[in-house]
Design a protein around this ligand. Structure first.
Ligand SMILES: Cc1cc2nc3c(=O)[nH]c(=O)nc-3n(C[C@H](O)[C@H](O)[C@H](O)COP(=O)(O)OP(=O)(O)OC[C@H]3O[C@@H](n4cnc5c(N)ncnc54)[C@H](O)[C@@H]3O)c2cc1C
Length: 403
């Protein structure tokens, strides 16, 4: 990271999740006056369960030589490495296994680690941005509770349903991809040892008819990465169209959830069908894992790509700029990469507009390439039924498969 070449800027980061926090930490460390505004009233937790850790996701920690990095004995507190990427058939027999050494953590673990790196007095919970307006050389942000604040640069990291993007780029559409991810976690110790064994050092995939499922270990209680004390995370992609999709996204209290039906709120009838399908379709270890999950939850998969990331002194990063389908496992890595690149480009000289234009060109190109790849993967797996066990193009990656 370069030292900032411009005078220190007052920077407001809207959204205090992985993308917002990473950008805030980096920009603060090079001398900008950074504040994060997060709408949640309490520290964020339980977003999305497991996360595949790509190099860019943990670059901050790797460069510091701490936290998510492994120690000399190969132990890591906050992420774990699984040697194999294994495909199984309906009966649980391995049909392909490759040594890919992917790394995994939980969303909570990564969030907590990042939060510790940012001054708490600069991280403001319960700050829901409802409006923003540009003036020459800056932006005024208005919060729901009535306060407002000026800044030189607004970094919008407020996710796929970004309020800021809705203001600066209201015509951007968010399109349902035609399938959802059923997700959940189970503590390893709650599974029979014979079932848990297959997950010990491998991420497991099963290709199904117009569907697929994967499962992998993540840190368990107390962020433990010790086998036996970890959690197992599954993601089962299932197609749902038209009214079937609309009904699925209505929770047990009759509230329509546009993107996520949280743990414990999926209607019983859908959970029963999900479990029935698990009995009939899944390889025994995956079946037992899914059946052991008490509160599966649902995330709908969407495509959303803003055609510009810079609007005057407002920049969009992470999911607020472009949401990727999860098959590349690069959403957090892209959000982090946007922050790293922004920090680098702000250090390029004292012409802020030129720096932002260069940043936008670079990150738009990256986002378009990886988003297109993620869409192709989803199409092949869920609609064309052309997902092939062992296909190296399925390797996770931000820049290309495997990287
Ligand atoms: C099924 C599934 C599996 C996935 N698996 C992976 C994976 O393995 N690896 C990976 O890297 N990625 C994965 N992702 C993607 C990943 O979760 C996202 O890409 C990533 O969380 C984006 O981070 P972000 O900081 O940009 O946005 P978000 O994490 O969405 O955070 C946005 C933040 O902004 C806040 N906010 C929203 N509106 C306002 C407002 N008006 N004012 C203030 N704050 C606001 C929100 O409360 C939230 O904290 C997966 C996604 C799905 C759906």
């Amino acid at each position: 990271m370069k030292e900032s070449g411009v005078k220190p800027l007052q920077i407001a980061v809207v959204g205090g999740s992985i993308g917002g926090l990473t950008a805030a930490i980096l920009l603060h460390e090079v001398g900008h006056d950074v504040h994060v505004f997060e709408r949640s009233a309490s520290a964020l937790e339980d977003r999305g369960a497991g996360i595949v850790v790509l190099p860019m996701t943990e670059r901050y920690f790797a460069e510091k030589g701490s936290a998510l990095g492994e120690d000399s004995a190969g132990n890591s507190d906050l992420a774990l490495t699984l040697t194999y990427w294994t495909y199984v058939d309906r009966f649980g027999s391995a049909i392909d296994a490759a040594a890919t050494y992917n790394r995994f953590t939980s969303w909570n673990t990564l969030y907590r680690a990042l939060l510790e790196e940012f001054p708490s007095e600069r991280y403001h919970l319960a700050h829901n941005v409802k409006d923003c307006a540009q003036f020459v050389g800056g932006v005024t942000i208005a919060f729901e509770h009535g306060e407002s604040r000026n800044c030189d640069l607004l970094v919008a990291a407020d996710g796929i349903a970004s309020t800021v993007r809705g203001i600066v780029s209201p015509h951007t559409t968010t399109d349902y991809a035609g399938y959802v991810a059923w997700r959940g976690t189970v503590l390893e110790r709650n599974l029979e040892p014979a079932t848990a064994a297959i997950f010990e050092d491998a991420m497991i995939y099963q290709v199904l008819d117009h569907a697929h499922i994967l499962a992998y270990a993540i840190p368990g209680l107390g962020d433990s990465t010790v086998p036996g004390q970890r959690a197992l995370n599954f993601v089962w992609y299932r197609n749902a169209a038209g009214s079937a999709f609309e009904e699925l996204m209505v929770d047990r209290h009759d509230v329509h959830r546009p993107a996520t039906v949280p743990p414990g709120l999926v209607q019983d009838r859908f959970v029963s069908k999900f479990r029935q399908d698990a009995e009939q379709l899944l390889a025994p270890p995956l079946r037992d894992l899914v059946l052991a999950c008490e509160k599966p939850f649902i995330q709908a998969i969407f495509d959303m790509a803003a055609d510009r990331f810079v609007h005057g002194r407002i920049v969009l990063i992470g999911d607020a700029a472009t949401a990727l389908r999860p098959h590349v496992a690069a959403g957090t890595a892209k959000a982090c990469a946007d922050g790293w690149a922004l920090c680098d480009h702000l250090g390029d000289g004292d012409d802020l507009d030129a720096s932002l234009a260069n940043w936008e060109r670079q990150q738009l190109s990256l986002a378009r390439t990886v988003a297109a790849r993620s869409r192709r993967m989803g199409q092949r797996a869920q609609f064309d039924s052309k997902m092939v066990a062992g296909d190296p193009d399925w390797r996770f990656g931000l820049f290309e498969p495997g990287n």
